[in-house]
Design a protein around this ligand. Structure first.
Ligand code: DHE
Length: 499
């Protein structure tokens, strides 16, 4: 062990001697996204314990060419080969200290804003509270509460740094919970237009889920390797569950979701081939133990998705050409899926096609949307699109499924929105909301009559279309608007959106 450490340090020093010190290279090229101390920012933490599944040659390739389906650009024009090698040595070296974020730190971070007794239990505005959108603007770390009938902002407010993943609503739609990549969970009272509580649940977090009864929040972390349960009322800590596989190996969390029909949370581990189910029903008072049911799976779960009943979990690993279908009741795999590349988490949607439920997802490596019959688990069609996509959305009341083409930043496709006819499985239209500018992520109004699309640029906009005529209705300037979330579609778990 001592020898390994010494060898590792030697490698860093000698490679860095060729040019600038590696710490300086890191500070110049990497720190703004991955954090000055490698603990993560808009990009993930870069520590040996978080890079287990990335072999060094792959890490060199990633720094050189960039990483599909992330915001990681290639550095081949900025860094020499030996500088890239030095950086790889650096990120695989241990920190001089082990970052700790446990019970004490989580509890001490909690902030409560104001006295809940002064909060109104009716909205302070006239708009339909169920047809509001929460729009996340990544450009300057803000969110907007948007009236979904008039398409007028009600409030724009600052958020924590780099929100990521879907904000999640309480079952009645009054509260929205945000997660930032640096672990902050914020509870926002939509009726009172006010942040009411915040807790930092981790150093580098993935996403959060709100239990179907609205009582508990589950947060999945990359660092430390843990699941964190919070009380949804005041964000106080209930329990930390270290994510250690049954073989004793510690793991990051890929993502967490709540499966309301099952009364449980589902968490996927990223470095261990296990899915965990954690029931939240019947968890009261001293009985709040949140036991873990471990399900051993065939491959890592980098991305996953559920059918509408939450009986089946559909998953893929980043480098696999196959997806898997897991029966959550039996804990057994029931099918392999033909998926040409990893979709982004939560990109898939479902609808009825010729009397069968089907799921469809873009994928982040090739310009195809895969449509799969959810009874036979066979691929019905691979629909060609202009380029690899990140998100796909639709609505029960509309004939099209919309998907973007910006996963690889390809200039030919990144400004496109492809509309697939759900009845014919053909591409019906390709729109360019703003030619030459990235178009991303779609969400529908609660009635499915209008569609909101992001022009995902610093001088970007939210473009609102009539979902039937495809005419533009309004354009609202915004700073890199990313996800947008309709209260009604989310709390009713519309088949056309993520839950
Ligand atoms: Fe995301 C959702 C993981 C890159 C924007 N993305 C999620 C969720 C996870 C995830 C776990 C949670 C789903 C939920 O809570 O319902 N995202 C990942 C990755 O592993 C990946 C590929 C690499 C990474 O950087 O972590 C990745 N994601 C991105 C981006 O580069 C995007 C475009 C910009 C950003 O914010 O970093 C991006 N991800 C989003 C958005 C959602 C999301 C807008 C929510 C979509 C929704 O409609 O629910």
């Amino acid at each position: 062990m001592r020898w390994m450490l010494a060898a590792c340090c030697l490698f860093i020093v000698s490679a860095a001697q060729a040019g600038e010190p590696v710490e300086k290279l890191y500070a110049t090229h990497c720190a703004s996204c991955h954090g000055p101390d490698r603990l993560g920012g808009t990009g993930p933490a870069l520590l040996p314990e978080n890079l287990e599944r990335l072999r060094r040659p792959e890490a060199i390739k990633t720094i050189t060419q960039g990483r599909a389906a992330s915001q990681m650009a290639g550095f081949s024009d900025k860094l020499a080969k030996d500088e890239i090698e030095a950086l790889v040595g650096f990120i695989y070296s241990s920190l001089p200290y082990t970052p700790v974020w446990g019970e004490r730190e989580i509890s001490a971070s909690r902030v409560l804003y104001g006295d809940p007794a002064y909060l109104s239990d009716k909205p302070l505005f006239k708009a339909d509270p169920l047809n509001l959108f929460v729009v996340v603007e990544l450009g300057d770390h803000h969110a907007t509460i948007l009236d979904g009938d008039k398409f007028e902002p009600i409030l724009r407010f600052p958020t924590r740094f780099a929100l990521h993943g879907g904000p999640k609503f309480s079952p009645d739609g009054r509260y929205v919970y945000f997660a930032s990549r640096d672990g902050w969970i914020s509870k926002f009272d939509i009726y009172n237009l006010k942040t009411v509580a915040e807790t930092r649940a981790g150093i580098n977090s993935r996403n959060l889920a709100v239990s179907g009864d609205g009582k508990t929040i589950l947060v999945g972390n990359y660092l430390p390797h843990a699941l964190v349960l919070l009380d949804a009322d005041n964000l106080s800590l209930i329990k930390i569950i270290p994510t250690v596989g049954q073989d004793g190996k510690s793991s990051r969390v890929s993502a967490v979701y709540q499966a309301e029909p099952r009364g449980s949370f589902i968490a996927a581990l990223k470095d261990v081939k296990e899915v965990w189910e954690i029931p939240y029903t019947g968890q009261t008072g001293k009985k709040k133990t949140f036991p873990v049911r471990r399900i051993v799976v065939d491959d890592y779960l980098d991305d996953f998705f559920f059918d509408q009943s939450y009986k089946h979990l559909i998953s893929t690993a980043r480098d696999s050409k196959k997806g898997h279908v897991l029966d959550l009741d039996t804990g057994k795999k029931v099918a392999d899926l033909d998926l040409p590349g990893m979709p982004h988490l939560g990109s898939g949607i479902t609808w009825d096609y010729q009397g069968h439920p089907v799921m469809a997802t873009p994928n982040t490596k090739e310009g195809v949307v895969t449509v799969i019959d959810m009874q036979t688990w066979k691929t019905i069609k691979q629909i060609k699109t202009p380029g690899p996509g990140f998100f796909m959305r639709s609505h029960e009341n509309t004939r099209y499924a919309w998907t973007d083409g910006f996963a690889t930043g390809n200039p030919e496709s990144r400004d496109t929105m492809t509309l697939i006819d759900k009845n014919t499985l053909e591409v019906a239209h390709v729109l360019r909301p703003e030619p030459g500018k990235t178009a991303a992520h779609v969400e529908f109004t609660r009635d499915g009559k209008y569609v909101l699309v992001s022009v995902w640029e610093m001088d970007g906009a939210l473009v609102i279309y009539d979902a039937e005529t495809l005419q533009e209705v309004k354009r609202i300037p915004m700073k890199k608007p990313s996800g947008k979330y309709n209260v009604y579609n989310k709390i009713t778990r519309s088949a056309g959106t993520s839950h």
